[in-house]
Design a protein around this ligand. Structure first.
Ligand SMILES: [Zn+2]
Length: 193
């Protein structure tokens, strides 16, 4: 079983990168509820995200909807145009759940207190990914957004270093190995005159 790569550039791109490839073949890392739970458990360990229970099919559908919206906007930004459709609205909708509501409280000296958001744990978690997407797409960081140039690699990353060219070292190694192999074969072919 292949698990989605956890590159760790941003939460939003880690979610987008659950659509990945193994030996050139596309793999959906969120193909069912168990896969989503495994991925969130891995994100909990690597990124300290809050654990969420009872995601259900609604949770899976929401994560896939948000992932597709993030991928659509990222692609449009990388290519320079492209159909965005309602992807931006969908990201904004998911982001809304995280807002704590102001509440007037005459007993308190401050009068206004902030109540906990009424959102469920799952909605708040989705909102964290949506906020992260807004923080990436809505700021100068969007200029650093790249899609990996390795053949058949659909992953997205942040070019946070001038020399960074690939999504992760494994892609750099793969491209280097393929180049060395081609060179070797070329050298092995007898030259005809
Ligand atoms: Zn790559």
């Amino acid at each position: 079983m292949h698990e989605p790569p956890l590159i760790g550039d941003t939460l939003a791109l880690d979610l987008a990168n659950t659509h990945f490839a193994v030996r050139g073949k596309p793999v959906d890392g969120l193909s069912n509820i168990e896969a989503l739970e495994r991925w969130l458990a891995a994100m909990h360990t690597s990124q300290g995200l809050a654990p969420v229970y009872d995601l259900g099919s609604a949770g899976l559908a929401s994560f896939i909807e948000l992932r597709d919206a993030i991928r659509t906007v990222a692609r449009a930004l990388i290519v320079g145009d492209g159909e965005i459709g309602d992807a931006v609205d969908r990201i904004n909708n998911f982001a809304r759940a995280n807002r704590a509501n102001p509440r007037l409280d005459m007993e308190q000296t401050g009068l206004i207190s902030r109540s906990e958001s009424a959102a469920t744990g799952m909605q708040r978690l989705l909102a964290e990914f949506a906020w992260d997407a807004i923080d990436l797409f809505g700021t100068e960081r969007r200029k650093l957004l790249r899609s990996c140039p390795a053949p058949d690699c659909p992953l997205l990353f942040i070019k946070d270093h001038s020399r960074r060219k690939w999504c992760q070292p494994s892609c750099a190694n793969r491209v280097r190995a393929a180049r060395a192999y081609r060179k070797q074969r070329k050298a092995a072919v007898p030259q005809s005159h």
